[in-house]
Design a protein around this ligand. Structure first.
Ligand SMILES: [Zn+2]
Length: 75
């Protein structure tokens, strides 16, 4: 029952690098997340403030990471 909030067109957001969709904002119990409207498994920012920067950093069309340096799931 989460309703997606459209991001204003004048805000720059990278398209989802998995499917090319424009991200949306969802409100969760922990705060706002920026996520892919197709599948949140593509990417979802950490809940809290709306963090389009984090989304953009992840979805930038940069060369694919060749290492596993950012694969760690710190716990
Ligand atoms: Zn996607």
């Amino acid at each position: 029952m989460s309703e997606s909030i459209q991001i204003q067109p004048n805000i720059h957001c990278e398209p989802c690098k998995e499917c090319g969709a424009r991200p949306v904002i969802n409100q969760t119990r922990k705060g706002f997340v920026v996520t892919c409207p197709t599948n949140k498994k593509h990417y979802e920012t950490a809940p809290g403030m709306v963090n389009i920067d984090e989304w953009n950093r992840f979805n930038q069309k940069s060369p694919v990471l060749t290492g596993t340096q950012y694969k760690s799931k710190a716990s």
